[in-house]
Design a protein around this ligand. Structure first.
Ligand code: SF4
Ligand code: SF4
Length: 346
């Protein structure tokens, strides 16, 4: 079995559905007829314009159905305000982006439930987390397709398969446990007092009163980083409450705990398309930092992410997100057995 499956899009036209189909045909499918298979993806925040079009999810669903499997598409609710904080809003955002059951030809759900309480604790037994709390999807699916839009990210450098499994499966409480390692810090001479950070803050931790600059109540701040991402003047920066490594390790621990539950019956696909500075959690236009490459597939998320990074060249993302110890994700994955210590290529 090849470590990686590659399908590039050179000379093809968007959407690159034919390339994805060719990649899928290369997999040794772990799914059996009648298996319910969850396709985990991110359908983009409200007003985001860099999310992957629904054509790719539909192609994966068609491929699964051709094997007799029963696919469904899912994501989970998020901590910050916007179009995915509740399941109802999230499904509306999905529909606005073309992700409907009619188009996909399969159900689409928010896997932590309509009220965010459809969750379960699973064993982790790592340094930071003894258990992790994730969406209760394991009894709904016999197998999974982890389909990730590979791009930059302000705290993890890159967002791909590891992040899609970690933050993507996590309950809101688990997301908060991972996000608690940082909060915003203001550079006053850049701030125009526009109030965007106050309007967007989901916990009312940010406040402003004339003629003062905004303040951030750290007791209320959940570290969602939305204010940092949305500040038009780049006046807010991340202040790490703990060693920056801790966030990278927590991200990996959550993914590793989920992986223990789904490995062997899961395939992993990264789309190296529309590779933007930030993740699809942000609204608006998100600058592209790299050419399109195509799709990388495999059977192990750390391997697929490492190969994706190699293909793009991490220096391109490091230029826009300097100083993030992203390498810790890979070295820690090896230390805790998420990736084989024998895998010297990572
Ligand atoms: S969004 Fe940025 S510029 Fe606007 S008030 Fe907040 S910190 Fe200042
Ligand atoms: S102040 Fe804290 S909770 Fe509010 S938007 Fe910023 S990071 Fe999120």
């Amino acid at each position: 079995m090849a470590d990686f499956l590659l399908e590039n899009i050179a000379g093809k036209e968007k959407p690159y559905v034919e390339s994805l189909r060719k990649l899928l045909e290369q997999f040794q499918s772990p799914f059996a007829p009648d298996d319910s298979v969850g396709i985990k993806l991110h359908w983009g925040e409200r007003d985001n314009r860099s999310y992957l079009p629904a054509d790719y999810a539909k192609e994966i669903a068609v491929w699964l159905q051709a094997q007799g499997a029963k696919p469904f598409v899912f994501d989970t609710t998020v901590l910050y305000s916007g179009g995915r904080r509740t399941a109802e809003d999230s499904l509306k955002t999905a529909a606005d982006h073309g992700y409907t059951a009619d188009f996909l030809g399969c159900p689409i759900i928010v896997a932590d439930g309509m009220d965010g309480r459809d969750i379960v604790s699973i064993p982790a037994d790592y340094k930071h987390f003894k258990t992790v709390q994730v969406c209760s999807v394991f009894d709904k699916a016999k197998g999974f397709v982890i389909f990730s839009h590979f791009k930059g990210h302000m705290v993890s450098l890159f967002g791909g398969a590891i992040k899609n499994i970690s933050m993507g499966f996590a309950s809101r409480a688990q997301k908060q446990r991972m996000h608690s390692d940082y909060h915003p810090v203001l550079t006053q001479n850049k701030c125009t007092r526009c109030g965007i950070c106050v309007d967007i803050c989901p916990t009312k931790a940010a406040s402003i009163s004339e003629p003062d600059y905004p303040e951030y109540d750290l007791k209320k701040c959940i570290g969602c980083a939305q204010c940092i991402a949305m500040c038009p003047e780049l006046a807010l920066q991340i202040f790490w409450n703990s060693d920056m490594m801790v966030f990278q390790e927590k991200l990996v621990e959550t993914a590793a705990a989920v992986w223990k539950k789904i490995q062997g019956k899961t395939i992993v696909i990264n789309a190296l398309l529309n590779i933007t500075v930030e993740c699809d959690c942000l609204g608006g236009n998100n600058p592209v930092i790299s050419p399109d490459y195509g799709f990388i597939g495999g059977y192990q998320p750390v391997e697929v992410d490492a190969e994706s990074l190699k293909m793009i060249g991490p220096d391109i993302i490091e230029k826009v997100h300097p100083g993030i110890p992203w390498q810790r994700q890979l070295s820690y994955a090896r230390e805790i057995g998420f990736i084989s210590p024998m895998n010297k290529g990572i």
